[in-house]
Design a protein around this ligand. Structure first.
Ligand SMILES: C[S@@+](CC[C@H](N)C(=O)[O-])C[C@H]1O[C@@H](n2cnc3c(N)ncnc32)[C@H](O)[C@@H]1O
Length: 263
């Protein structure tokens, strides 16, 4: 039995438990750990949310934003009416290009930093508000990651994350196609525990967000394709994944957490 001496260690171990079993990975025709850029692009107006409101509240008129793991820039786009400048940090060049395109289209002054947080934090400026949406389930060493966010904020840090691991919605599909039970930890509450243990005075607000699928205009066929790749299945099984999606019916709202603190 695994023993976790700290919340940070538990977070790391629980994340590791999401690894795909080696025998399934060996059967994968493509790398299953995909992050399609089109899933995170800014499309139309970004609906307001408790996370955006929390960031706006601390942002002075014309103030600066640092968007860590910015993807296509949704968290920055939601602050366009108040922000004077935003800097996107991302480890993916293609995501940063999507971010830059979206910010230019919105008329918001922007900079990009290509790098992995916190390893490349030195390349990023200090900003009035730091936002970091949908990144932490990707981060095994959470204390260092959160402290670096704090070190770059003049006023407030706002992280957004689903209450449950973002791949939890695939658990029924793993059971169906591979007879594999997926983990249920860590959760946003575990993230809060790591923050508090790390000396960060964070608070967690939980609310219902729209289904993730409502964000991007992907067809059911495109979603089935991404899921088929993530499930380590060969292309000829894509129709079965599509059938499973149709059977599941429309996605439900997603319990989402805003983890925030003032610095
Ligand atoms: C799930 S996407 C979320 C994008 C965007 N924040 C949003 O809410 O739509 C996660 C993004 O974080 C980036 N990322 C993950 N870990 C990172 C790290 N340690 N440093 C920098 N970027 C990271 C990925 O490349 C990806 O663009």
């Amino acid at each position: 039995m695994t023993t976790h001496s700290t919340a940070a260690q538990r977070w790391r171990d629980d994340l590791a438990s999401w690894a795909i079993p080696p025998e399934i990975l060996a059967a994968a025709p493509e790398d299953p750990w995909i992050h399609p850029v089109e899933m995170f692009a800014v499309v139309g107006d970004v609906p307001d949310s408790p996370s955006h409101a929390m960031a706006r509240e601390a942002l002075p008129e014309g103030g600066s934003v640092l968007d860590v793991g910015c993807g296509g820039g949704r968290a920055s786009a939601a602050l366009v009416a108040r922000a004077g400048r935003t800097t996107g940090v991302d480890s993916s060049e293609r995501m940063l290009a999507s971010f830059a395109e979206a910010m230019s289209a919105l008329g918001l002054a922007h900079d990009e930093v290509l790098g992995r947080w916190p390893d490349d934090e030195a390349g990023a400026p200090v900003a009035d508000v730091v936002v970091c949406h949908h990144v932490v389930y990707n981060v095994p060493d959470l204390p260092a990651f959160l402290r670096a966010l704090s070190a770059h904020a003049r006023r407030r840090v706002v992280c957004e994350l689903p209450l449950l691991h973002p791949l939890s919605h695939m658990s029924p599909l793993w059971a169906r196609f591979w007879d594999l039970e997926r983990p249920t930890a860590p959760t946003a509450d575990d993230c809060l525990a790591v923050a508090l243990e790390s000396g960060i005075p964070a608070q967690l607000d939980v609310w219902d967000d729209e289904p993730f699928e409502a964000r991007s205009p992907l067809t059911l066929e495109q979603r089935a394709h991404h899921l088929r790749v993530r499930l380590c299945l060969p292309a000829e099984r894509e129709p079965e994944v599509l059938a499973a999606l149709v059977e599941q019916g429309p996605a439900r709202h997603r319990r989402t957490a805003t983890l925030w603190w003032d610095v």
